[in-house]
Structures are given as structure tokens and as C-alpha cells.
Write a protein that binds this ligand. Structure first.
Ligand code: GLC
Length: 423
């Protein structure tokens, strides 16, 4: 009897469940600095109001590796959520090769979306796949930049930002020695040295040998060893970089350190400028940007970064997700992302927009840096190789291994991993 009653109750609940019609809802995974996620919330609300489709945002951290994990888990499990998410340019080869992304080409073709509106090097290198499919669309472009304190350079008699890495070291040492008198926590140069994806981007910029700026088959090259030695010495030789560089320094830690006024130079992505210049920032009006330094006879290298919007193959509302992709990549939203976040839009036409150029006159200069930025190798197992490299680079920064030995160990491990993946 008891069983019959329970079965009856279950049936009633099921019936109710079936009748309660679910409101259409898209799930969007996105991370970033707090002001960025806030803007996404307001964009999502606007989209919902316009399209009648509710968007629920899954907030992720800023760290690219942590964000990747947050997206990989549901994708591997074939879960319907998130329907749509932002993906780092560095993950796209893996996500596409795994068959987890909806091909956006048929949607783009049906809607007459003009792909030529986006930076062609970015779309061609990252979004278009060899089989002709379109894995994602770019939302914004990142390229590593050198930030410097214009007031401090002037104070210490420097007329221009450094061109060579050795100039940077000498300038950083001088400013640091002077500023330490008033600020004991002042450092010459802050950059991303923690064990995560950002460290690999910085490493390819310090190596700055152009061509393939990161080549997993030549990790013991003199350029790579010179780069890692320079990085290690910055932390424990000349000490122009703080001791927590290799334990804690990711984008936001670096940005905050410079913004609080404790550094002369900073390596970061373009997003930092908008925050440095915001009302109340101690460095407002005192920040310059320049291409990253190079070695004599070498070239300045900026890692090509950036985030793309992709639709999950397992989404149960791919059409709705595509509408959101269109919205995010529209000229209007791209302009808003530029104006409110200082992001570098994926659409080229926004760089000619009067309001954008008025707010960010340096955008014209950044275009050149983007065009020449260097991508990370587009391998389906890139993130695995990057993880190996991160570990060994970080060990050298901590002093646990000499730069040459760390790179030799990375090279050996990369080689055996590649053999495994290629099989
Ligand atoms: C930025 C870049 C991304 C890169 C990451 C590394 O988010 O846009 O491409 O992988 O930084 O920390």
C-alpha cells in the first residue's frame, strides 16, 4: 500500500514537472576582471530584453587555465550547459579537434555575416579550421604591451621607453634605486611569472626571436636560454622584479601592483590601460605604452592573445546561442566593449570609430602591434605542452633549476609527450 501511495505521489510530481514549462534560457560562461564580468551581466540583460531569451551567466575567474578547466569538464561530459562561452585563443585547436564546438559557418552564411569585418590574421589563424568549418568568432584581441610611468622616466632623465631588454633592466634599476627611498615596496618591472598560461606568453616575448616565436622543438636554443636567464635574474639577480613574481604574479596581480604606483614598468595586455586610467587610479595620466623591448638584432615580439566566442556542440539551443554570438560581435557591442573596458575589438571598423579614437587615441598605434603579434603554436595538444613548459620555466624562476637545465628538461618532456599525442 505504502508503495502504491509513493508511486502515486511520484506520478503527480512528474506530471507537474512536465507541465511547468521552462523559460528559454541560455547559459554563458565568462570570466575576467570584476568590471568585465559586470559589463557582461548588463549586456546579457540587454540581450534578454531584446530577444526574450534569458541568459544566465556562469562567472569564471581571470586565469585562463582555470577558465579552461571550468569549460572542459561540462564539454567532456557532453552537458548541454554552458551553451555558449568565451574561449582563449590558445584553447581553440584542442576544443575544435575534440569535436566539442558547433560549426558556426552555416549560421554565418545563412545570416550573411561578413567575416572580413574581423582582423583577418586572427580569424584565419584561430577560428577557421582546415576542414573549412568556423570554430568560433573573435571577441577581442590581446597583444603583450610594455606599460611605463611617464612621470618617472622624466624624473630620472629618460627621454623614451626602452628599446632593448638591457635598456629596460638599466632603467628599471635606476628608477627603483631612487624610488625605494620613499617607497620600500617599489620595484622596477612587474610581469607574469606564476605557473600558468601567462608565463608562456611572457617567455615568448622575452625570447623575442621572431619567426615562430615559440617553437617546441627548440626550447634549448640560445635565445630561449637567454630569455629565461633574464627572467630569473630579474627576480633574484638585479631584483628589479618582486620575489612573488613566480608564486603569484598573474595579470591582475601585476596590474594592481603597477596601478598602486609601486612599479616603473609593467608587461600586460591592453585591458590594463583602461583600469590604470580610471577615476581614482593613483597612476592616472602617468602611463605610457610601447612595444615590448627586443634583443640587439632581434625583433619586438608580442604574444597574440584574445578571447573568442564559441557554441557548445552539446547546447540544446544552438540557434539562440548563435543569436548571442551575433550580438556580442555586432559593431555596437564591440564599440561598447572598447569604450567601457578599453578592450581591443575583433572588428576592424571599430578602430575608425570617432568616439573610440577620441577615448583611446593610441588605438591607431595598437593596430600595428596586433597585425604583427605572434600566435602560440596551433596544436591540438598545445595546452598540454604549455603546462610542461610552465612547470619548468617556473622552477627556473624559483631557483630550483638553472635556466639551461630547466629548458633541457622541458624539451625532453615535451618530446615524449608529443610522441604520445602523435601516436
Ligand atoms: C590573456 C590572453 C590569452 C592568454 C592569457 C594568458 O587572457 O588574451 O590569450 O592565454 O592572457 O594568461
Amino acid at each position: 500500500m505504502k508503495n502504491i501511495v509513493l508511486a502515486g505521489l511520484a506520478a503527480v510530481f512528474l506530471a507537474f514537472g512536465a507541465c511547468a514549462k521552462k523559460e528559454p534560457q541560455l547559459v554563458f560562461s565568462v570570466g575576467g576582471a570584476p568590471n568585465e564580468v559586470e559589463l557582461w551581466e548588463s549586456l546579457a540583460a540587454r540581450f534578454s530584453a531584446e530577444k526574450g531569451v534569458k541568459i544566465s551567466i556562469v562567472r569564471q575567474p581571470t586565469d585562463s587555465d582555470q577558465r579552461r578547466q571550468g569549460v572542459l569538464v561540462p564539454l567532456k561530459a557532453g552537458k548541454a550547459d554552458p551553451d555558449v562561452f568565451l574561449a582563449d585563443i590558445a584553447w581553440l585547436p584542442q576544443l575544435a579537434a575534440s569535436g566539442w564546438l558547433e560549426d558556426l559557418r552555416p549560421y554565418a552564411e545563412a545570416d550573411g555575416t561578413d567575416l572580413k569585418a574581423f582582423w583577418p590574421n586572427v580569424v584565419n589563424q584561430a577560428d577557421r579550421q582546415k576542414d573549412g568549418s568556423l570554430a568560433a568568432l573573435p571577441v577581442y584581441v590581446d597583444a603583450g604591451l610594455l606599460y611605463y610611468r611617464t612621470d618617472l622616466l622624466k624624473k630620472y632623465g629618460f627621454k623614451a621607453p626602452p628599446v632593448l631588454w638591457d635598456d629596460l633592466r638599466a632603467m628599471a634599476e635606476k628608477v627603483q634605486a631612487g624610488e625605494r627611498k620613499a617607497d620600500p615596496s617599489f620595484y622596477g618591472f612587474v610581469w607574469q611569472g606564476a605557473q600558468y598560461e601567462g608565463l608562456v606568453c611572457d617567455f615568448m616575448e622575452f625570447a623575442s626571436y621572431g619567426a615562430k616565436a615559440l617553437d617546441f622543438s627548440r626550447l634549448t636554443s640560445p635565445e630561449d636560454v637567454r630569455a629565461l636567464t633574464f627572467m630569473r635574474d630579474a627576480v633574484s639577480g638585479s631584483r628589479i622584479s618582486p620575489p612573488n613574481t613566480y608564486t603569484e604574479m598573474k595579470e591582475e596581480e601585476v596590474r594592481a601592483f603597477f596601478q598602486e604606483g609601486h612599479a616603473a614598468f609593467e608587461r600586460n595586455w591592453p585591458y590594463a590601460l583602461g583600469l590604470h586610467e580610471q577615476a581614482g587610479s593613483p597612476v592616472r595620466g602617468k602611463v605610457g605604452i610601447a612595444p615590448l623591448p627586443r634583443w640587439p638584432g632581434g625583433v619586438s615580439v608580442s604574444a597574440l592573445g584574445g578571447w573568442h566566442i564559441a557554441v557548445s556542440k552539446f547546447s540544446d539551443d544552438k540557434k539562440g546561442a548563435w543569436e548571442f554570438v551575433k550580438f556580442v560581435t555586432s559593431r555596437e557591442v564591440q564599440k561598447e566593449l572598447a569604450l567601457k573596458l578599453g578592450w581591443n575589438p575583433a572588428r576592424m571598423d571599430v578602430y575608425k570609430d570617432r568616439d573610440v579614437l577620441k577615448a583611446y587615441p593610441y588605438f591607431a598605434k595598437l593596430g600595428e602591434i596586433f597585425r604583427n603579434a605572434y600566435p602560440r603554436p596551433a596544436l591540438p595538444y598545445y595546452t598540454q605542452l604549455s603546462a610542461i613548459l610552465q612547470r619548468h620555466l617556473n622552477a627556473a624562476l624559483s631557483g630550483a633549476a638553472a635556466p639551461g637545465a630547466a629548458l633541457a628538461a622541458a624539451q625532453a618532456e615535451v618530446k615524449s609527450a608529443e610522441e604520445r599525442y602523435r601516436r
